[in-house]
Design a protein around this ligand. Structure first.
Ligand SMILES: *Cc1c(COP(=O)(O)O)cnc(C)c1O
Length: 385
């Protein structure tokens, strides 16, 4: 009773955000959670059920360039993650690379709008319909993005997943699952009843577990990057430890009022990010790298991204830029190496050895971007020779 009441209250407080999202994306309902991870978990449960698959046999096709959360939550929902290779220029899968991973057990495809980029999803949506599988859009990095036909990102999938947690576009906390059809809303409501979220765990325990997970992931990426261990061995160790992290993924929305407040700032936040991305794009026009530019079409830049032409020195380069005082990250290792090395993704492997992500959020501005660009040039000339 008390959780039902709480859910109704959450939904009531979030009414203005809900109305905006439903109007933009045309869904039937939104479920509010504490994380995008929880929304993904629920989406997988719905996908499995809607194609009548049993837990043992359902599979979901994920992109090989992503954080590990979409795959971790698939395992949690009893769905086997399969991995599609990516377009070497965008890091996002293609219709063809997704089709190559289809099996009769496939129940869904997750399309991640990586770094804020979008794509024309209509051919993929049509193919998913023809195969009777669900399309899930993950907008964690692309809140507010526009598709090439100017529709909202999140308006094509059968379900769309949002994150409002730290490091994403809005950082106030929370996650959401937008569901397009009333039929799927009903399926999800059944799960809410049959499979309620577990009790919340203590925050300091949650932080400790989260840090441990991060350290584990960083450490294993380091081993793979240095080619110190075979990915089959890494995968075996990683998968064996995953049950320890289960408590990280399923959470309720804690502070709906914070999201209502942050929502009013969304356009401002997007403009600030876009201006920073433009500054990088101008400053970094000539250099030993390829600039990823699809944020220009979507209107959303999560992290400004470069693919450097000197993959063997990427770590030295990033470290040197960090020592100059700038945030850079390069931790998007192909997820198939952790969860299923037998799904080879050669383009993703190349991509991961070249990617550098630069910050464009509220913590950085014009001067910062200019100085960061100088550091990038200085250090690239050291390491690209
Ligand atoms: C961050 C992220 C998630 C997880 O978001 P949470 O709200 O932290 O659970 C899921 N998918 C992608 C692509 C992400 O970048």
């Amino acid at each position: 009773m008390s959780t039902l009441l709480q859910k109704a209250e959450t939904s009531e407080i979030l009414q203005p955000v809900e109305a905006d999202l439903l109007r933009e994306s045309g869904g039937a309902a939104i479920e509010w959670y504490g994380r995008a991870a929880t929304a993904l978990y629920r989406a997988y449960c719905v996908a499995r059920k809607s194609v009548g698959a049993t837990a043992e046999e359902a599979e979901v096709i994920l992109p090989s360039i992503s954080c590990a959360t979409p795959a971790n939550t698939a395992l949690l929902a009893g769905v086997t993650p399969r991995f599609a290779d990516v377009d070497p220029n965008t890091g996002m899968p293609t219709l063809q690379s997704i089709q190559e991973r289809w099996t009769p057990q496939t129940c869904a495809v997750v399309f991640i709008h990586l770094f804020g980029q979008t794509a024309d999803l209509r051919p993929l949506a049509e193919w998913c319909r023809s195969k009777n599988i669900l399309l899930i859009e993950d907008l964690a990095q692309a809140l507010g993005g526009r598709l090439p036909n100017d529709a909202a990102a999140g308006s094509v999938g059968d379900m769309s997943v949002y994150s409002f947690n730290p490091t994403k576009i809005l950082e106030c906390g929370g996650g959401a699952l937008l569901i397009r059809s009333p039929k799927l809303v009903a399926v999800s409501a059944e799960f809410a009843e049959l499979d309620p979220l577990p009790p919340e765990i203590d925050e300091s325990r949650s932080r400790a577990l989260g840090l441990s997970y991060r350290n584990l992931h960083h450490s294993l990426v380091g081993l793979l990057r240095a080619r110190a261990v075979d990915e089959v061995e890494v995968s075996r160790a990683f998968l064996k430890l995953q049950p320890a992290f289960r408590a990280l993924y399923l959470h309720r929305m804690k502070d709906p009022a914070a999201l209502v407040g942050a929502w009013a700032q969304l356009q401002q936040v997007l403009e600030h990010r876009f201006r920073n991305a433009q500054r990088y794009d101008e400053a970094l026009a000539e250099g030993p790298w390829h600039r990823i530019g699809q944020w220009k079409q979507s209107g959303v830049c999560w992290r400004y991204s470069l693919l450097v032409n000197f993959p063997e020195r990427l770590v030295d380069f990033s470290e040197a830029v960090r020592r100059d005082g700038f945030h850079v990250s390069n931790l998007y290792w192909p997820v198939n190496d952790f969860f299923r090395p037998s799904d080879p993704c050669p383009n993703a492997t190349q991509f991961a050895r070249r990617i550098v992500n630069l910050w464009v959020d509220q913590t950085v501005g014009e001067q910062w971007v200019g100085q960061c660009a100088e550091s990038l040039f200085k250090n690239a000339s050291r390491f690209s020779a």
